[in-house]
Ligand binder design. Structure first.
Ligand code: NDP
Length: 604
């Protein structure tokens, strides 16, 4: 990461003013209500294009030790870590036709991981696999998910193309009753939920969206039957077609250059430009990543997490856009430990941020030949306001004759969709195909969606209880009144750019809880006092990130510009510190989360 120019105070003032104006131009009073879910009359946007017709099967009735809701990396890792602890029957229930989660659904052209594969792909030490690229293509990642599931024998009991529809605590047997949309009803001693944070595709609520007569789909359900080709390109079905794509987040940035290779014309409907940094992807061999001893992947992953969490790491093994300057990133990313607060720290933080964003804006000018287009592609907000993206082909795509950038910032997106195309200002764009790269509903999947009611002790419904008093958990994993139920995800927990690392630590923790409960003939259920103590920890520094997101351009990081929903929703000191805290707690205080069983255990 090279810092080209640190702005002087007057430059910073002008920049602040510019950021404020750009934010005001974009905020909409309807916030997250501007979107509609891909369900009901738009349910076809969420259909599974990869699984084909789900095969008929008999409903499942037999009891398991652990039921896992969700077969993405979180669910697979929970299963694998349970197996390592000797848990016998693990049943993963997954909506998709196979394992993979995000990487099952997202197969759009150009899809790659944007965190280094050697730290992103979990269980490399255990599986002996060494990724072939610094940033792996989606298919390699999906196959790795399946590899872990095979190694830990998670296929025989898995239920695919199946959604859990309710979880009900059965007091008499002290087990959960799990029901699904395929007629299954079975008991599980423990339930782990890992339903993803970005898994329900969302669509913009553009007037007339239902009237479009051309072909249309969401990027997380790519229709290769229509476009032809594969995630590597060759979309020959688009030759002679006018294609519109809405959205320029991490997905749009990867898909647009590949679309441009085959479509007759691509109209990119942009509302807010992403920051797009250098990618420099390359093939890697085992020798490039030190994969010559057991534990190499764990060491590399820890090193990456230390650096992006602002912890001393000694040296930088990954050396990429996320880590290149630990000192700078420490100032850029708000999830950093902020021990040194105060005016001097804030000033240094802002200056480093401005320098980085100036560098990224300069990158647009250096690549895009048309000055008008270049001006529209420049991001005007602070670095961590939106998910940073990386590409060496995105900006160059706008130099092609068959790619047009349609800036929709002033109209808050496309104004209207007609039978034949999209309307922005005075212009109508005639389209054969309209693709939505508009992202996912945040925080409403699985147990947060209301579509999966969870009834705990005395029939108490989880979401109702949380609506009344706010979410209550110990470390985000467990809660009083909901015994043997373990949540994976970000609520009351910690997050990181390398989310699979976070999920793996959560899986290790979930397996340790189950092992402790088994050996102590106990239930996993923290006391209300333990929950209170955890909520107090979360509240301590909650305001720390508020100011930052309040001034950001709208997006899913800040509830579309309207602020954070719950100030104490995550551990404030970053995932590295959180993992250390969990390790200590497991060795010293795990009994805090257990209470005696009363029911006698029977099998079957
Ligand atoms: P995002 O939510 O990041 O982006 C959605 C895009 O749609 C934004 O550009 C948004 O504009 C635009 N949009 C929404 N409504 C309208 C409208 N009415 N008119 C015009 N534009 C509109 O979704 P993505 O799928 O790109 O990414 C989601 C997340 O998934 C990422 O942040 C990342 O965490 C993850 N991801 C990771 C990848 C990886 O390689 N690891 C790759 C892809 C995604 P605006 O910004 O103005 O709201």
């Amino acid at each position: 990461m090279t810092i080209t120019q640190t702005p002087d105070p007057a430059g910073l003032d002008a920049l602040r003013q510019r950021y404020r104006l750009e934010r005001e131009r974009r905020v909409r009073p309807d916030g997250a209500r501007q979107y509609r879910s891909a369900d009901a009359e738009f349910g076809y946007y969420a259909d599974d294009p990869y699984a084909g017709e789900a095969a008929e099967r008999e409903p499942v009735r037999n009891t398991v030790d652990v039921a896992v809701v969700g077969g993405g990396f979180g669910g697979i890792l929970a299963g694998a870590r349970m197996r390592q602890r000797g848990v016998g029957r693990v049943r993963i229930v997954e909506k998709g036709g196979d394992f993979g989660g995000t990487w099952y659904w997202n197969r759009y052209p150009g899809i790659h991981c944007d965190v280094e594969s050697h730290v992103y792909l979990p269980m490399l030490d255990e599986t002996g696999y060494v990724p072939e690229w610094k940033y792996a293509p989606g298919e390699e990642i999906r196959r790795h998910a399946m590899r872990i599931a095979r190694k830990y024998d998670l296929y025989p009991d898995a239920l695919f193309s199946t959604a859990v529809t309710s979880l009900t605590w059965d007091e008499a047997s002290e087990r959960w009753l799990v029901a699904t949309d395929r007629g299954d009803t079975f008991h599980a001693t423990y339930v782990v939920t890992s339903t993803g944070t970005l898994s329900d595709p969302k669509l913009p609520g553009i007037p007339g969206i239902e009237s479009f007569r051309g072909h249309t789909f969401h990027t997380s359900r790519w229709d290769y039957a229509y476009t032809g080709g594969t995630p590597d390109g060759g979309l020959t079905g688009l030759s002679g077609k006018r294609v519109g794509i809405v959205g320029t987040g991490a997905t749009g940035v990867q898909a647009i250059p590949v679309l441009a290779e085959d479509a007759q014309h691509v109209y990119v409907f942009q509302r807010t430009p992403s920051s797009v940094d250098v990618r420099a992807n390359r093939r890697t061999g085992a020798e490039d990543v030190g994969a010559d001893h057991v534990g190499w992947a764990r060491e590399r992953r820890e090193n990456f997490l230390r650096i992006v969490s602002g912890e001393p790491a000694g040296h930088d093994l990954v050396a990429d856009g996320w880590t290149a300057s630990a000192a700078l990133l420490e100032k850029l990313l708000p999830s950093f430990r902020r021990d040194e607060k105060g005016a001097a720290f804030e000033a240094a933080y802002e200056a480093a941020d401005a320098a980085k964003m100036n560098e990224l804006r300069a990158r647009v000018e250096q690549t895009v030949t048309d000055p008008g287009t270049a001006a529209k592609l420049k991001p005007w907000y602070r670095y961590a306001c939106k998910r940073p993206t990386f590409s060496d082909t995105y900006y160059a795509a706008f130099n092609r004759d068959n790619v047009s950038l349609v800036d929709t910032a002033d109209t808050h997106g496309i104004e209207r969709i007609t039978e034949h195309g999209a309307v922005v200002g005075e212009n109508t764009y005639e389209l054969d195909c309209l693709i939505f790269a508009t992202g996912f509903s945040v925080g409403v999947s699985g147990i947060h969606s209301g579509k999966l009611p969870v009834h705990g002790r005395g029939g108490t419904q989880l979401l109702h209880a949380w609506a009344e008093r706010g979410p209550r958990t110990l470390h985000g994993f467990t809660g009083n009144g909901f015994p043997n139920l373990i949540h994976m995800g970000t609520l009351h927990n910690a997050s990181s750019v390398n989310f699979t690392h976070v999920l793996d630590e959560q899986a290790v923790h979930a397996a340790a809880l189950v092992a402790a409960a088994e050996s102590g003939h106990a239930l996993i259920e923290p006391s209300p006092e333990a929950e209170d103590a955890w909520l107090a920890v979360l509240a301590e520094d909650a305001a720390d990130h508020e100011w930052f997101h309040a001034e950001c351009t709208p997006g899913y990081y800040n509830r579309e510009g309207l602020g954070r929903p719950n100030s104490a929703s995550a551990y404030p000191h970053g995932s590295f510190a959180f993992h250390e805290l969990l390790k200590r707690w497991r060795s010293e205080s795990i009994a805090e989360a257990l209470r005696p069983r009363t029911a006698l255990r029977s099998s079957g």
